[in-house]
Design a protein around this ligand. Structure first.
Ligand code: 9MJ
Length: 692
């Protein structure tokens, strides 16, 4: 017996969610939850077709277009695609395709499934005539003015193209652009985007094209809807390559694969590389490669028979907020951290997520015991991206109270005007700040003292063995050997660090007594002085003394140093306690000081720095090293590495899946160096000074 009331509930709920998603750009639940109910609905309809309601969401492709934009008819509808979730379903798909071809092995075009907004672009005589959203598949919104602001969408095609071309593709926001945008939004106190897909949808459907223009959007083409007056190749893959020739960006990871095995390999390869891509994907799209077979197979009521979307496990999931803890950082910044009911998302089990600051909690409208959406994509730390108000139980929802005193040291918490963060005023009297300060001091880009992990540093601070970073240099083997790593518990004896490890730590501390100026500056942990600013300081001043004496104006004249950073620097060197620690670390006259010897900037400038004066930008994923390493190696050769492309950029280093920087470079005519050439050049230049 069909449960008709459950069926009705599913239809109503899914329709409400779909409207929020498509029309309001404001999803109420994560996709995974929508998919779950949608599948339940499909199952009921399959078992008992007599129940199918007129307004069932299985009968429509997308959402209704909103009225603010002009409505446009798609001559050829934008299709939606059936989806599958496991290997067995993929095998069925391949069997169906193979059966159609008399049991032969099938050739596919396999593509990553981009998670943005589908659009149709019409080019007439090579000129962009109209851009439209998918809408419900037949009627979309005219967003031509907005699309024209997206650099990746060519206004004019190049090479050979049909006189009329309706090309389909996805507008999306690369992850780096999304993260950067949200970081700024949080600093400004404006609403961050929940995820890159919402960001793309919200940005594209802006009535003012200037707003769209300010958003880091990009585009990939993946299908030809219709064409006239010209020839196009007769396989999907070759068609994509010809679109590329016309100047339309095509995803670099599309591939021809054969049979079920090829499809599985593709799925697994893309799934593995998913965290390294600079854009969100929610699966792979598998298309029969031959256009003539596609035509013969045709469509069901809703979907093409010759293609399927194989979905990945979701990067957004619902879970429950069990509590909020307040962590204290190196500079005293108080960060609220959500304790969550553990949930598997984006390839890992997540039980906590950052909430950034007090404003963020307010913006989310978050209460204890709420159901929340957790997002974990790429190597970004998990975030709470939304509250699922639908699931709130009013009697359980409790306000989150922001502390007024530091949870670690009891000092007052202060929030300065115009700042998004609240800070503990306890400074080094606060064990949390001391702990974090030490962890920063010993870190790889700072003094690079190996072996001091969270647990050891926590024990050193709580046992009172160190009260400042300078005390690290007075630790003896016996001080360290007696540190307790685990207390006695359930019949197990307590565990101590022991002499061997202790001796290694002492040796590591000792080794750091000679350090380049830039690292020392960075290690001090001056607010907003990262490794790159520290390098700038060490380049422009020849000694620590000079930096300490520099005034605001001199500092502000340095590249990349604004008034805020300059003030942090002068404030830092005015603080008595900081001067005392610097003296304890470096004073050569004082027998009790650590007598750290500060050497000049790593790799001196002048003729020794072959890339001196050149600015590079890195985009995409390098296979041989991470971006940080590439940046450091370039800097070691005297180059400047910047985050954005301008006419002043000397060259853009390009890995796989380059982002918007690549497009910008092409537009500005900035030189592009691909990874292979980059690696050759790098080792050649480094070889000049006897390095690898
Ligand atoms: C996405 N979303 O990446 C298609 N898609 O092809 C790819 N979508 C598609 N192809 C025909 N790679 C209709 C939709």
């Amino acid at each position: 017996m069909t449960d008709v009331s459950r069926y009705r509930e599913l239809v109503d709920t899914l329709n409400r969610w779909a409207k929020a998603y498509y029309v309001d750009d404001n999803p109420l639940v994560p996709d995974s939850e929508y998919d779950r109910l949608y599948r339940e609905l499909e199952q009921i309809e399959r078992a008992d077709p007599s129940v199918i309601a007129q307004d069932s969401p299985t009968h429509r492709i997308g959402g209704a277009p909103v009225s603010a934009f002009e409505s446009v008819n798609h001559r050829v509808p934008l299709m939606s695609m059936g989806d599958i979730f496991n290997d067995a379903e993929m095998r069925d798909f391949d069997h169906r395709m193979s059966e159609f071809q008399g049991g032969a092995e099938v050739e596919y075009c396999a593509e990553p499934k981009l998670d943005g907004l589908a659009v149709s672009l019409i080019y007439r005589n090579g000129l962009l005539e109209r851009a439209a959203t998918r809408g419900d598949g037949r009627v979309g919104e005219n967003i031509t003015a907005n699309a024209r602001t997206i650099r990746a969408i060519p206004l004019k095609l190049t090479g050979k193209y049909p006189a009329y071309l309706d090309v389909r593709g996805e507008v999306f926001m690369p992850r780096d652009g999304f993260e950067e945008w949200n970081k700024k939004a949080r600093e400004r106190g404006t609403k961050p985007f929940a995820n890159p897909r919402n960001a793309a949808a919200g940005s594209l459907r802006q009535l003012d094209p200037a707003v769209t223009a300010s958003r880091p959007l990009t585009f990939n083409a993946y299908y030809v809807g219709e064409y006239e007056g010209g020839e196009l190749p007769q396989t999907q893959y070759e068609r994509l390559m010809s679109l590329k020739e016309m100047g339309l960006p095509v995803n670099p990871n599309v591939k021809v694969e054969r049979g079920e095995r090829g499809l599985r390999e593709f799925y697994e390869d893309i799934l593995e590389r998913r965290p390294t891509l600079n854009y969100d994907i929610d699966g792979v799209v598998l298309k029969v490669n031959s256009l003539s077979i596609q035509e013969r197979m045709g469509f069901t009521a809703k979907n093409p028979r010759w293609a399927i979307a194989y979905k990945f496990p979701p990067e957004e999931m619902m879970t429950k907020l069990l509590g909020v803890e307040f962590q204290v950082g190196r500079t005293g910044a108080i960060t609220p951290v959500a304790r969550l009911r553990p949930v598997y998302v984006g390839g890992a089990t997540v039980s906590s997520a950052t909430l950034h600051n007090e404003d963020e909690i307010r913006r989310l409208g978050l209460k204890l015991n709420d159901t929340v959406v957790v997002r974990r994509a790429g190597d970004v730390i998990p975030q709470v991206s939304a509250v699922v108000l639908e699931k709130r139980v009013p009697s359980e929802a409790k306000d989150i109270v922001f502390p007024t005193v530091c949870p670690e040291c009891g000092s007052k918490i202060e929030r300065l005007k115009g700042e998004a963060v609240a800070r503990c005023t306890g400074a080094l009297a606060c064990p949390a700040q001391l702990r974090e300060g030490i962890l920063h001091f010993v870190s790889r880009d700072a003094m690079d003292i190996e072996g001091f992990g969270d647990r050891i540093v926590e024990e050193l601070v709580s046992s009172g063995k160190i009260r400042s970073v300078a005390d690290l240099y007075h630790l003896g083997v016996s001080d360290l050997a007696s540190l307790m790593l685990e207390p006695e518990k359930e019949g197990h004896k307590a565990r101590f660090l022991g002499k061997t490890v202790a001796a290694k730590l002492v040796a590591a501390v000792d080794k750091s007594r000679k350090v380049p100026l830039n690292r020392f500056i960075y290690a001090l942990g001056i607010r907003e002085v990262g490794a790159s600013t520290a390098r700038t300081l060490a380049t422009h001043f020849s000694s620590l003394d000079e930096i300490m004496k520099a005034d605001l104006n001199t500092l502000m004249n340095l590249p990349d140093v604004g008034v805020v950073v300059a003030e942090h620097i002068t404030d830092f060197f005015r603080e008595k306690r900081n001067l005392e620690i610097i003296r304890e670390l470096t004073d050569p006259e004082d027998l009790f000081s650590a007598r750290i010897e500060i050497t000049p900037l790593e790799q001196a400038g002048g003729s020794l720095a072959p890339l001196d004066g050149r600015t590079y930008v890195i985009t995409g994923t390098l296979s041989a090293m991470d971006r940080n390493t590439a940046k450091e190696r370039l800097q070691a050769l005297g180059a400047k590495v910047s985050g954005s492309v301008s006419r002043k950029t000397y060259a853009v280093i390009c890995g796989s899946d380059p982002g918007s920087k690549f497009t910008k470079a092409t537009e500005l005519g900035v030189r592009i160096i691909y990874e292979e050439e980059f690696l050759n050049k790098l080792s050649e230049l480094e070889g000049l000074r006897g390095r690898i």
